[in-house]
Design a protein around this ligand. Structure first.
Ligand code: NAD
Ligand code: UFG
Length: 342
C-alpha cells in the first residue's frame, strides 16, 4: 500500500498508542487527535521513542468540538482515519449514559460530517464484540445477531448503523468496522501498555495489579457459569496483534465499497481461572483470588470465529496467552503507576 497520512483519533489511548507504533513502523505519517481524558501525552512520547525519526503529530482537542476537528482536517489533510476515541467503561455508561452517547455517537457524527466535507472517506472504526450482546451461539461470526444490554454497547450499535447508512447514502465510502474481542498485554518493550484510572474494571489490568501487590486479591465474578470450570470465558487478544489487524484493515480499505464488519479475535476461549493460572506461571507464584457472585450484565462465554479476518484481511493473531501475560507483566513492573511513574 502506498504510504499515507493517517489521522488516529484516541491515539494516546491503550489500543491507539500500540497502533501508532505499527503505523509508524510501516512508514505512515500519523496525526493523533485526543483530548487525553483517559490517557497521557507520555504515551505519545514513548511511541516516538520506539520509532525514532518517524512523523507523529498531535492535536489535543475534543472530538465533539467540530470547529477544532475541522481545523485539523484543513491543516493535516489525512488520507484515512482510524477512529479509537471514545468512552469504554460498561458500568459507567449505565450511570452517565448521555456522556457516552455524546462522546461516542455525537463525536462520531462530527467526525463523519467533516470527513465527508473534506472528501476523506476511508475509515476504520473501533467496534466491539459487545455488539453481539448475550450470544446464543459461539463462536461468533460477523453475521451473528446483534444486540446491546447497556448504553456503551448501544453506542457502538448506533455508530455501526450510522457508518452503514452514510456508506449507502453516497458512493466513495470505504469503512471497516473492527469488532475487537478482549484486548490485553502490552508492547514487548514495556514502554506502552494499559493504564487504567482508579480501580480497574477489566480482568487483566486488575490481575496485574494483584501480581504487583497493589491489590490484595482478584474477585472472580461467578464460578457457576455453564463453562468447563464455571468461570467466564473470553477471547483474549494481544494488543499488538490487534494493532497489526488495523494495518491489515487499512491496506484493504481500497477494496471495500461501502461498509463491512470484521471480528478481531483469536478464536480461542480462556476462562478467568485459566487466565489466573497463566499469569501465575509468568510471575512465578500463585495469585490470590476469591469467588464472588456474578457481575450483573456479564455473559458466560464469548469468543470469535476469526475466519473472515483471515480470508478478507489476510490477518490472524500470532501471540498466545503466555505472551499476553509476559508482556503485560513487564509493562506493570516497569510502570507500577502507569504513565504517572514517568
Ligand atoms: P482508551 O480509553 O485507552 O482510549 C480511548 C482514547 O480516546 C483515550 O486516549 C481518550 O483520551 C480518548 N478520548 C475519549 N473521549 C474523547 C473525546 N471526546 N475527544 C478526543 N479524544 C477522546 O481505550 P482503548 O481501550 O484504547 O479503546 C479504544 C477504542 O476501542 C474505544 O472506542 C473502545 O470503545 C474500543 N474497544 C475497546 C475494548 C477494550 O477492551 N479495551 C474492547 C472493544 C472495543
Ligand atoms: N472478571 C472477574 N473479575 C474482575 C474483572 C473481570 O472475574 O475483577 C471476569 C468477568 O466476569 C469476565 C472476564 O473476567 O468473565 C472478563 O471481564 P472483563 O471486564 O475483562 O471483560 P468483558 O468481557 O466483561 O468486557 C470487555 C470490555 C467491553 C467489551 C468486551 C468485548 O470491557 O467493553 O470486553 O470486547 F465490550
Amino acid at each position: 500500500m502506498p504510504m499515507s497520512k493517517i489521522l488516529v483519533t484516541g491515539g494516546a489511548g491503550y489500543i491507539g498508542s500500540h497502533t501508532c507504533v505499527e503505523l509508524l513502523q510501516a512508514g505512515h505519517a500519523v496525526v493523533v487527535l485526543d483530548n487525553l481524558i483517559n490517557s497521557s501525552s507520555v504515551a505519545l512520547e514513548r511511541v516516538r521513542s520506539l520509532v525514532p525519526g518517524a512523523q507523529l503529530g498531535f492535536h489535543r482537542i475534543d472530538l465533539c468540538d467540530a470547529q477544532a476537528v475541522e481545523q485539523v482536517f484543513a491543516v493535516e489533510q489525512p488520507n484515512a482515519v482510524l477512529h479509537f476515541a471514545g468512552l469504554k467503561a460498561v458500568g459507567e455508561s449505565v450511570t452517565i449514559p448521555l456522556r457516552y452517547y455524546r462522546t461516542n455517537v455525537f463525536g462520531t457524527q462530527v467526525l463523519l460530517e467533516i470527513m465527508q466535507r473534506h472528501n476523506c472517506k476511508r475509515l476504520v472504526f473501533s467496534s466491539s464484540a459487545t455488539v453481539y450482546g448475550n450470544p446464543e451461539r459461539v463462536p461468533l461470526t460477523e453475521s451473528s445477531p446483534l444486540s446491546a444490554t447497556n448504553p456503551y454497547g448501544r453506542s457502538k450499535l448506533f455508530i455501526e448503523d450510522m457508518c452503514r447508512d452514510v456508506a449507502i447514502s453516497e458512493s466513495g465510502w470505504s469503512i471497516i468496522l473492527l469488532r475487537y474481542f478482549n484486548p490485553v498485554g502490552a508492547h514487548r518493550s514495556g514502554l506502552i501498555g494499559e493504564d487504567p484510572a482508579g480501580i480497574p474494571n477489566n480482568l487483566s489490568p486488575y490481575l496485574l495489579q494483584v501480581a504487583s501487590g497493589k491489590r490484595e486479591s482478584l474477585t472472580v465474578f461467578g464460578n457457576d457459569y455453564p463453562t468447563p470450570d464455571g468461570t467466564g470465558v473470553r477471547d483474549y487478544i494481544h494488543v499488538v496483534d490487534l494493532a497489526q489487524g488495523h494495518l491489515a484493515a487499512l491496506s484493504k480499505l481500497s477494496a471495500v465499497n461501502g461498509c463491512c464488519a470484521v471480528n478481531l479475535g483469536t478464536g480461542t476461549g480462556t476462562s478467568v481461572l485459566q487466565m489466573v493460572a497463566a499469569l501465575s506461571r509468568v510471575v512465578g507464584r500463585p495469585l490470590a483470588h476469591r469467588f464472588a457472585a456474578r457481575r450483573p450484565g456479564d455473559i458466560a462465554t464469548c469468543y470469535a470465529d476469526p475466519t473472515h479476518a483471515a480470508t478478507f484481511l489476510g490477518w490472524r493473531a500470532h501471540l498466545d496467552l503466555d505472551a499476553m501475560c509476559a508482556d503485560g507483566w513487564r509493562w506493570q513492573q516497569q510502570n507500577p503507576n502507569g504513565y504517572r511513574t514517568a
